[in-house]
Design a protein around this ligand. Structure first.
Ligand code: UGC
Ligand code: NI
Length: 170
């Protein structure tokens, strides 16, 4: 089983899948009479219909056993989905490009430094949130409305890739 290389999360590397939400290295302008930096328009929420709602939620995620065979990926065809870690803890992101089905050879893994979130573009294949800490909280911004907004794809065992942090001692 192929072990995924875990890449540092950068906007350029993640660009095919969406945006990295972070302040480091980003432009800002001052607001609130000079007391606040606004890191403006780091990403945007995508929805499918004018009547769609945009939700703000908190996900409290438990870490999955590792090494983790990637048995499935999901996508949200009708809206984007953003995850921002709330406690500054690194977490993992596993994605594959937009397409009818995710291709095992096109699965990428990234690690957030805990000060970075992600916003998955509509239709990007991704694994459900992957905490590294035993438990972690994420602010989640995504779309609600009519229609099915979650397609799941399950890989046969011989097409699964492995997500491991063993070489990082985690
Ligand atoms: N099911 C759900 O809302 N969560 C997933 O979409 C996820 O990406 O974690
Ligand atoms: Ni999702």
């Amino acid at each position: 089983m192929r072990t995924l290389t875990i890449e540092p999360l950068t906007q350029s590397a993640f660009a095919p899948f969406g945006d990295v939400i972070e302040s480091a290295g980003r432009d800002f302008f001052m607001i609130n009479n000079g007391s606040t930096r606004r890191y403006h328009r780091l990403s945007k929420v995508e929805t499918a219909a004018a009547e769609d709602e945009v939700l703000i939620s908190i996900f409290r995620a438990q870490a999955l056993p590792r090494p983790l065979p990637i048995a499935m990926l999901e996508r949200h065809p009708l809206g984007s989905q953003a995850f921002m870690p709330l406690h500054g803890k690194p977490f993992l992101i596993v994605v594959a490009p937009i397409g009818e089905e995710p291709q095992p050879g096109q699965i990428h893994a990234f690690i957030s430094n805990g000060r970075q979130g992600v916003n998955y573009r509509r239709g990007v294949w991704h694994h459900p949130v992957l905490s590294i800490a035993p438990e972690d909280d994420f602010l989640v911004i995504d779309r609600a409305g009519a229609g099915n907004n979650c397609d799941e794809h399950f890989f046969p065992e011989d097409q699964r890739v492995l997500l491991s942090l063993v070489d990082r001692g985690i």
